[in-house]
Design a binder for this molecule. Structure first.
Ligand SMILES: *Cc1c(COP(=O)(O)O)cnc(C)c1O
Length: 709
């Protein structure tokens, strides 16, 4: 107990009988287990909301009298003991049912999406990484996460009355966030030095408990660094090339050193996207230094034990550093490796564009023997754009596997629905969730009941949106127009389409606004109206993205749409949860083939929100004709795609939604909701995905390492 308290100064001294609350608050387990959430809500419902669902902040604001009152409440204490027992049972590795015989995996990623109290993510890549850690915890896989602490957080989106996104940063309060300082022997904050970089860069280490899995974060914002270096980890994906390179050196090489120096044992290195790929060089160096291998032995060893996941569908989407910049940073480093400059830089040279510089994805692909794309369709695209990396291999045999992304079901399925699923499928369903057949039982759920659960989510979404506007209005008395554009007039009885994703050109956020007259007819139909809710942040440096957002915002504030179009500010993990459950239709219309996979549509579908999408990414393999809609050209064409979108809304979606028989329920719609849940939940669960990472990569690597011993 003393240890946790000193590691997180904001936690108050708790009465002995409630000490377990500290332990639970410092482990994100509670975020995906409804009894954990409910327990904290019961502690103090008002502070729970005020703290933004951050138990550490909430507990820190409570008085001794309030704790006394909890101790006296028999109901609360029973609940507390029950939840603490659940938590301990979960954490007890001995009782963990799914023992997996694989070597430990270190999973590196530039961002992790875990919970809204930790703004260290920008989008899909981060949520995939977060879901992988949560699922690994549930499955009992030996996984360690490595990432970056971004003390400035990601942008908090504030939209002006002109529709322009003004970003304010959302700094992380390191004391009240659910993170712990890693301490060294002397009780000081543990710090590493990135080797061979002059002047040296230091990074302090933080730890996040994600159930049984630990995630370590590097933080360069410490006194030991010069001011320039302190800023290295200040922000996600800085556009400044030089700073970005330093970021990736700290993440890859620094992250690798950190694991070594903490004495954390693992054997498989998994790189999620190119950002942390420099870890591969450090791994070569470590094998040479500690195991006495030659350079070529070490490179072979790294190849046989490292996994690279690519997410980009275009060569232009990868990080490339010019050779001069690389030489400035790495000349001492390649000497230590016993490599020539040509050999070292050659690892990142793109055969299609050799003079462009050091390409992080090319490097990852060359140095890792196990590679994957993130959907079936993306694997074809990846094989095509990277074929020259495998000059002796026929196109059909390019060694890039595909493992389609999945989502962590307990995180994304709403609690109300989850409670019914618990009853229908029985207690142990979490451990069988990837088995399609068990989900057929959901078909027996009563239509009325499904509709009620869904309708409740719609009401909650509308309330959430209004509450946000109310808060902004009271804090900074915004222009009433802004309040209207942000959704105060939404109506839970109206068919609602949601479009929420990063505001960037390739996702075509304004496609549905292409013909405003036609859209007006759809939206304002008297008997069968339609609402559209938009949300999403533009990267602070993405001017075209900000312009699209402004265009959308202007349409939302146009009175001809009668408040039925809305833009919800500050899309993040919390807003996403309300949106994926609370709209009726989830729209996805990227330019094909730019969406390598996409995951928000999965989050919608498992909650019975129907997916309306072009045939890209995961939808290309998920759509079965009954579980949502597919529209648009094979080769994207804005005009034709917009027409197809209006057609399908007018001819199929609106009639089906408003077709109410004598029961006043949309029976055809509810059938589709069931089909979406039944067909998509098992197949696009993180459980299925991790099973594939195991069978395709982790188990073969483990077996190969055993044989060699
Ligand atoms: C799931 C998620 C994403 C990724 O969604 P895409 O479908 O890949 O665009 C982005 N942001 C948040 C907050 C999410 O929850």
């Amino acid at each position: 107990m003393h240890k946790t308290r000193s590691a997180n100064p904001a936690l108050p001294m708790l009465p002995r009988e409630l000490e377990g609350l500290a332990e639970i608050s410092l482990n994100l387990w509670w975020t995906w287990n409804p009894p954990g959430k409910n327990l904290f809500r019961q502690v103090n419902p008002f502070l729970w909301k005020e703290s933004g669902h951050n138990p550490i902040e909430m507990l820190g604001q409570m008085s001794a009298e309030e704790f006394d009152a909890l101790l006296k409440s028999e109901h609360f204490m029973n609940e507390y003991r029950y939840v603490y027992a659940l938590f301990r049972r979960y954490m007890d590795v001995e009782s963990c049912r799914i023992e997996r015989d694989i070597l430990p995996v270190a999973y590196f990623c530039a961002e992790f999406g875990l919970h809204h109290s930790l703004p260290i993510y920008s989008g899909g890549l981060g949520f995939l990484a977060g879901d992988i850690l949560k699922e690994s915890s549930d499955m009992g896989l030996p996984m360690i996460g490595v990432g970056f602490m971004y003390p400035q957080g990601y942008v908090r989106q504030i939209i002006g009355s002109d529709g322009w996104q003004n970003g304010a940063n959302e700094p992380i309060d390191r004391d009240t966030a659910p993170i712990e300082r890693v301490l060294d022997k002397n009780g000081e904050h543990f710090t590493i030095k990135v080797p061979f970089i002059d002047p040296p860069i230091y990074a302090a280490v933080w730890k996040i408990n994600i159930g049984r899995v630990k995630l370590y974060l590097l933080d360069t914002d410490i006194d030991k660094n010069d001011p320039w270096d302190r800023l290295i980890s200040s922000r996600l994906y800085t556009p400044d090339k030089h700073q970005r390179l330093r970021q990736q050196i700290v993440l890859g090489i620094g992250g690798y050193r950190m694991l070594e120096e903490l004495g954390i044992k693992y054997s498989i290195l998994h790189l999620n996207e190119g950002h942390p790929a420099f870890a591969l060089f450090e791994r070569v160096r470590e094998f040479m230094q500690s195991d006495g291998m030659s350079l070529s032995e070490a490179v072979q060893r790294v190849r046989k034990t490292s996994v690279f996941t690519t997410h980009t569908p275009l060569q232009a989407g990868t990080d490339v550093y010019d050779f001069n910049m690389m030489s400035e940073m790495f000349s001492e480093y390649w000497e230590r490796l016993g490599m020539s400059k040509e050999l070292f830089l050659g690892y990142g040279m793109n055969p299609d564009d050799p003079s462009s510089g050091f390409n992080m994805t090319v490097f990852g692909m060359k140095m890792c023997g196990y590679r994957n794309a993130v959907s079936r369709k993306h694997a074809k695209v990846a094989a095509d754009i990277w074929k020259s990396l495998f000059p002796d291999t026929p196109k059909k045999k390019i060694p890039i596997e595909y493992i389609t992304n999945g989502i962590h079901i307990p995180t994304w399925m709403g609690d109300g629905l989850r409670a019914r699923v618990d009853e229908v499928l029985g207690e142990g369903w979490i451990d069988m969730q990837q088995i399609g057949d068990i989900w057929r039982r959901v078909e027996d759920l009563d239509a009325q009941e499904i509709w009620k659960i869904h309708y409740d989510y719609k009401v909650r979404l509308v309330n959430f949106i209004r509450e946000r506007v109310r808060k902004r209005w009271s804090e900074e008395s915004i222009d009433p127009m802004v309040g209207m554009a942000e959704g105060v007039m939404l109506d839970p009885d109206v068919l609602t389409i949601g479009f929420a994703r990063r505001m960037t050109s390739y996702k075509r956020p304004s496609l549905i606004l292409r013909d405003l007259d036609r859209l007006e007819k759809i939206v304002n139909d008297k008997a069968r109206p339609v609402q559209i809710v938009f949300a999403g942040k533009a990267h602070p440096a993405d001017i075209p993205g900000k312009k699209i957002l402004q265009e959308i915002f202007k349409v939302c504030s146009d009175s001809r749409f009668r408040g039925r179009l809305a833009f919800v500010e500050d899309y993040g993990e919390e807003a996403a949860k309300y949106l994926v459950r609370g709209v009726d239709v989830w729209l996805n219309n990227p330019t094909i083939p730019m969406e390598a996979c996409g995951t928000s549509g999965m989050k919608a579908s498992v909650n019975g929100t129907l997916h309306l999408s072009v045939s890209d990414g995961w939808w290309d393999e998920a759509y079965n004709g009954k579980n949502g809609w597919s529209f648009g050209e094979k080769v994207s064409n804005d005009e034709k795609d917009a027409d197809a979108l209006y057609d399908i809304i007018e001819k199929e979606i609106v009639p089906l939604y408003y077709d109410r028989g004598h029961s006043s329920l949309p029976m055809g719609w509810i059938e589709m909701m069931k089909e979406a849940m039944v067909s998509i939940t098992p197949a696009f669960s993180a459980r299925r995905m991790m099973g594939e990472y195991m069978s395709k990569f982790y188990i073969p690597i483990t077996e190969c390492c055993r044989e060699e011993k």
